[in-house]
Write a protein that binds this ligand. Structure first.
Ligand code: NDP
Length: 241
């Protein structure tokens, strides 16, 4: 049987790399995506290949619609993407009265416009196969809100709404669409935002989550067994809510 093709945006980052490894272990060919850090995506792809899996590194800026379209066309030459994980994301935290228009735009552009730029061109080819999984990585900030993250929580919250609408549109074609909303996860982004004392106070489990724990959930949602789960926002946060 030929391998399903999976694309993980932000595969050069902490959570994305773990997701790439988990999907490769489920026998997918994984496109490990980066923006600035192609060398890191190449290293993740090389690790996967060394471990007996199949992966290719690629780079493009998800906020650049034309560049994204061109990169996706090249990928689609190899076949339809059937598993898409929209994981690329940034935060740029500041309390709202001090937030610049650029800070608003940058964060919304990556998480929300990036979702459109990547997902829309891949939808029709996926739909033709009558089997697909779209998993959007959002955040607890979209559910509870967070001080200093009006831009980030707005972008991730919009992703939740897009998840629900797209799930309804694609349900009859064997495609599920879900969002995974992590709490505090031990990556560069998580470490930049929260120190150990803050984590102990905020998280009932008194620790940050591991990227591998998020990846295990994503891999399940991408599997055959998760065929009847769609349109859901699934939290993974050590009992924060
Ligand atoms: P990292 O900062 O480790 O990784 C972010 C990834 O996004 C990198 O691969 C980066 O690529 C990519 N990226 C950033 N900007 C762009 C862009 N313009 N175009 C394409 N790719 C881009 O973050 P995490 O692994 O921690 O986070 C992954 C996801 O999980 C994000 O969506 C984040 O919001 C979400 N999340 C994380 C939490 C945490 O505590 N860590 C908590 C809740 C949600 P490159 O480095 O190559 O430029």
């Amino acid at each position: 049987m030929t391998k399903k093709l999976a694309l993980v945006t932000g595969g050069s980052g902490g959570i994305g790399a773990a997701i790439c490894r988990a999907l490769a272990a489920q026998d997918c060919h994984v496109f490990v995506h980066a923006n600035r850090n192609l060398a890191q995506a190449e290293s993740v792809a090389a690790d996967i290949t060394r471990a007996g899996g199949s992966a290719t590194a690629i780079a493009f800026d998800v906020t650049d619609r034309a560049a994204t379209q061109a990169a996706l066309e090249a990928i689609l030459q190899q076949g339809p993407i059937q598993i898409l994980v929209n994981n690329a994301g940034i935060h740029d935290d500041v309390v709202f009265p001090g937030m610049s228009g650029d800070q608003w735009d940058r964060v919304v552009n990556v998480s929300l416009n990036g979702f459109f730029n990547v997902t829309q061109p891949l939808t029709m080819p996926m739909l033709r196969t009558r089997w697909g999984r779209i998993i959007n990585i959002s955040s607890i900030a979209a559910i509870t809100g967070n001080h200093g993250q009006v831009n980030y929580s707005a972008a991730k919250g919009a992703l939740h709404s897009a998840t629900k609408s797209l799930a309804r549109e694609l349900a009859s074609r064997g495609i599920t669409v879900n969002a995974v909303a992590p709490g505090i996860i031990d990556t560069a982004m998580g470490q930049a935002a929260f120190n150990a004392a803050a984590i102990a106070e905020m998280v009932p489990m008194k620790r940050a989550g591991k990227p591998e724990e998020v990846a295990a959930l994503v891999a399940f949602l991408a599997s055959e067994q998760a065929a009847y789960i769609s349109g859901q926002i699934i939290s993974i946060n050590g009992a924060m809510i």
